[in-house]
Design a protein around this ligand. Structure first.
Ligand SMILES: Cc1cc2nc3c(=O)[nH]c(=O)nc-3n(C[C@H](O)[C@H](O)[C@H](O)COP(=O)(O)OP(=O)(O)OC[C@H]3O[C@@H](n4cnc5c(N)ncnc54)[C@H](O)[C@@H]3O)c2cc1C
Length: 415
């Protein structure tokens, strides 16, 4: 089996991997030997999937060839990682070949566990069962929405955390309710949102606003409800109650449209890995993103065991920290713990309206614009639809770092 060596190896060429590789090559004073390992042909701007599912933009607008995003001076190893052997600084590929490194950045994201829900794999993509969580199922969400008729029942589900963009499951419900309103049939349709979690959103400051948003749309919210089974033929979704007196009880609801957010996990290469915790997330320091046991390893993005919300916005703030710390190590300097847990979730509460939920570790709201962050606004919609994709493709993935700062001194007037 072949073995090659690179000075810096980045596992995963998604939002995090490309940003780190591009930023490293842009900001280093000396030439670096960097390789990105990723088997994917395509790279998607996943945050726009919520808009694709609501007919606001097309899937092709979210897509680029992976090759076009790999910086010129970075090697692309088009392969899948099978395992990590940190004691020998080796990454093993599924081909059996291996890659050794001086420094390693781990960011293979999260994968959807469609199999974790009985009957879902068979049901998905037909007869009203859709999901914004994958490129091959997201366009069907829009088809399902357009097909709803008076009397329709539309259900939206959210599994246990962590998932990519914890706000995305409810965004789908709000856009659907607003679409039905605009087509005049909202009063004749039922829209329900089911979440495994005890609250509609994990940050209380925003959750209290989102409860009002859901009520304004007439959406019935069912917390503590975890989707466990989809019966395609009967068109019924079954939920298990999580917590409380009814713990473990099952309830089922008929649907005409079922938007499923699947349970998610890190890829198999992290299962039982010496670099990961028991849940499969890479164990790094929350501030420096350096591995707690192997100082030459860093992790960021959805696969890192940090308590931030799993978003591309978090990656935008994490990548400069990883890059600076790698450059510090290369110069023999100490690392800095400067990631504050920033994440942002643009909650599309209707067509033309977004509540921009920005926060750091501990759920402290940290808005970027000097405006009340608890309000739905058109300007946030414009930023989400036009500004953030530009920021992603033309700045973040190209390794630029100067983005507007979030306000860490913001105080909740109601607190
Ligand atoms: C429906 C939806 C809506 C979202 N909305 C928002 C939003 O509004 N705002 C926001 O900021 N974020 C949003 N996100 C989340 C955002 O897309 C992710 O947080 C972000 O992409 C995480 O970056 P990452 O690099 O960790 O993972 P990814 O971008 O998913 O990239 C992971 C990469 O690793 C590769 N990989 C996987 N396994 C291996 C392996 N074994 N070996 C090598 N490579 C591997 C994959 O091919 C992939 O290219 C949304 C996501 C979804 C699905």
């Amino acid at each position: 089996m072949a073995q090659i060596h690179h000075q810096i190896v980045v596992v995963g060429g998604g939002a995090a991997g490309i940003t780190v590789a591009a930023s490293l090559s842009r900001h280093s004073d000396v030439p670096l030997d960097i390789a990105v390992i990723d088997p994917a042909d395509h790279h998607y701007y996943q945050p726009a999937f919520s808009l694709v599912g609501a007919g606001v933009c097309t899937l092709s607008e979210t897509l680029r060839d992976e090759e076009s995003l790999i910086p010129k001076d970075v090697s692309w190893i088009k392969a899948r990682v099978r395992s990590f052997e940190p004691e020998t600084k080796t990454v093993v590929l599924t081909s059996g070949n291996s890659v050794t490194y001086d420094y390693l950045v781990i960011c293979p994201g999260l994968v959807c566990k469609w199999d974790a829900i009985a009957g879902l794999k068979d049901a998905l993509g037909r007869e009203g069962v859709c999901s914004n969580y994958a490129p091959d199922t997201v366009e069907y969400t829009w088809a399902c929405l357009k097909a709803l008729k008076p009397g329709a029942k539309a259900l939206f589900t959210q599994p246990a955390m962590p998932i990519k963009c914890p706000g995305a499951p409810q965004k789908a419900a709000y856009l659907a309710a607003d679409y039905l309103k605009r087509t005049g049939i909202r009063p004749h349709c039922e829209v329900r949102f089911f979440t495994q979690t005890p609250a509609i959103f994990g940050v209380p400051f925003y959750a209290k606003e989102l409860v009002k948003v859901a009520a304004g749309h007439g959406i019935e919210v069912h917390t503590h409800h975890n989707l466990v089974e989809v019966d395609r033929r009967a068109r019924r979704a079954t939920f298990e109650i999580v917590g409380g007196d009814q713990q473990g009880a099952r309830v089922s609801f008929a649907y005409d449209m079922l938007h499923v957010t699947p349970p998610q996990a890190t890829p198999d290469c992290l299962k039982g890995s010496p670099v990961a915790n028991a849940a499969g997330f890479v164990e790094v320091d929350a501030g420096s993103l350096q591995h707690v046991k192997y100082p030459e390893i860093f992790a960021l993005g959805d696969a890192a065991a940090t308590a931030n919300s799993k978003t591309a916005a978090a990656v935008r703030r994490q990548a400069p920290v990883v890059v600076r710390n790698l450059l510090h190590l290369l110069r023999g300097e100490a690392v800095e713990a400067s990631y504050d847990g920033y994440a942002a979730c643009p909650l599309t509460t209707a067509y033309g309206k977004v509540l921009m939920a920005e926060f750091i570790y501990g759920g402290k709201p940290t808005p970027t614009l000097p405006l009340d962050p608890s309000k739905e606004r058109y300007v946030n919609w414009a930023i989400t639809k036009h500004g953030l994709p530009r920021l992603y493709w033309d700045y973040m993935l190209k390794g630029y770092e100067s983005f507007p700062a979030h306000d860490t001194s913001y105080a909740d007037p109601a607190a």
